[in-house]
Design a protein around this ligand. Structure first.
Ligand code: CTP
Length: 398
């Protein structure tokens, strides 16, 4: 689970900082990219050289390194991280996290980061039991952080009790499990289609549509974040796919059909978001069609309905999700497509809703399930719509 994850390890002033060396080692061994931020007091307990050698990365201690003139950008570091683990976290840094005090690089990175944050406290038992510390713990949990509880045992003071930092092996397995839980689609293979198709008329012209691909790309990204192995089959679009996706580029409906039929048998879940052309020119001119005095009649033939053909061969363990883009009698058409194409969910887009459909950054959807139960959603950003679609998929995925 930790493989290729970008992890910031914060190390504070506590004797347990010696265990951070083992923690770095275990994280690196698990395949993570680790960058260590040492607080000024942390540097009294363990040297940057030890942590830099083990993490194979420079250790960050302050915003500005006078000798090298290097400025550490806390915002960039925060955004780089897939997760932050502060181990050990002292009572002092805990209090700073609880109140937003931001007087060193670690606390600035914490405030800038958008990723999950885990803390493993280490302190003497009375400091740990103190009402202030316990209030601070409650507060940072309330902010969405996760506390890896300290253990009972002999403390540096010679006293016995709660306050020993969790062992590095326990921290690593805690993180591993937490990531697993945040990835309910781990191990699932998912195919998503996105964008328009272009149907050639001659070497320079085509019939296409206004689909931007934004919705399909957002869905593919969200599904990958939930742990799925996503293959994104994309028509011509300027969208950039996230690193986690396997992207297959196609141009025409025929190419999309070929790509889909080869990936579908291995797919547990399929989401067909592409705006596939329903018709293509019957003949593609090999030379550019020259302008004539008279009009031009193009004969079109039907393309294969990819979604319907996948629905026809779908196995019971496979989930198939389709879209319905409508301008009138929307709900009936959407329900008709659900049944006719053998879908598990249909996502209705009505072009009558402002902010819905092609090109815009927002969308408004209604989802119907197999029992024809309807869930209506507000207008949202396409990223949030993608999250709603993923939630609906999760409800029916085993
Ligand atoms: N679709 C497909 N292959 C096609 C046409 C559509 O796979 N040749 C899929 C789309 O990706 C979408 C669903 O079918 O998931 C519905 O597409 P839509 O354009 O709304 O409807 P159509 O089935 O094409 O019917 P109509 O154009 O008559 O509304």
């Amino acid at each position: 689970m930790l493989k290729n994850k970008n992890i910031i390890l914060g190390v504070c002033g506590s004797i347990a900082a010696y265990k951070s060396a083992f923690l770095v080692r275990l994280l690196v061994k698990a395949g993570a990219n680790v960058k260590v931020i040492l607080t000024p007091d942390g540097a009294n307990f363990i040297t940057p050289l030890t942590l830099a050698t083990l993490s194979k990365n420079p250790v960050y201690t302050q915003y500005f390194e006078e000798e090298t003139g290097v400025w550490s950008n806390h915002v960039e570091l925060g955004l780089w991280a897939d997760l932050i683990i502060i181990a050990p976290i002292s009572a002092n840094t805990l209090a700073k996290l609880a109140t937003g005090i931001c007087d060193n690089l670690l606390t600035a990175v914490y405030l800038s980061a958008k990723c999950p944050v885990y803390v493993a406290p280490a302190m003497d038992l009375d400091m740990w039991k103190h009402e202030t510390t316990q209030n601070n713990i409650e507060r940072i949990i309330g902010f969405g952080n996760t506390v890896i509880a300290p253990a009972n045992g002999e403390l540096a003071s010679g006293l016995w009790g709660e306050g020993r930092m969790a062992e590095p092996e326990e921290i690593v397995s805690f993180l591993d499990n937490a990531i697993k839980e945040s990835m309910p689609l781990y191990g699932k293979k998912i195919m998503v289609t996105a964008g328009p198709t272009y149907e050639a008329i001659d070497p320079v012209r085509f019939i296409g549509n206004h689909s931007s691909g934004k919705m399909g790309f957002a869905i593919a990204d969200e599904l990958a974040k939930l742990g799925a192995e996503v293959t994104l089959i994309a028509g011509p679009t300027a969208q950039k796919a996230g690193q986690r996706l396997r992207r297959v580029d196609v141009v025409s409906a025929r190419e999309m059909f070929d790509a889909c039929t080869s990936v579908f048998p291995e797919s547990d879940i399929t989401v067909m978001c592409a705006a596939v052309a329903d018709y293509r020119p019957k003949q593609i001119a090999t030379q550019k069609i020259k302008k004539q005095d008279s009009g031009l009649v193009l004969e079109l033939e039907k393309t294969t309905d990819i979604l319907a053909s996948l629905g026809a061969v779908k196995k019971t363990h496979q989930i198939l999700v389709g879209f319905a883009l409508e301008t009138n009698d929307e709900e009936n058409y959407a329900k008709g497509k659900l049944e006719k194409k053998n879908l598990d969910l249909v996502i209705l887009n009505s072009l009558n809703d402002t902010g819905a459909g092609f090109k815009s950054d927002t969308n408004k959807i209604t989802i119907f399930n197999k029992a024809l139960e309807r869930t209506v959603f507000d207008m949202k950003s396409k990223t949030d719509v993608a999250k709603d679609i993923c939630t609906a998929i999760l409800k029916i995925a085993k």
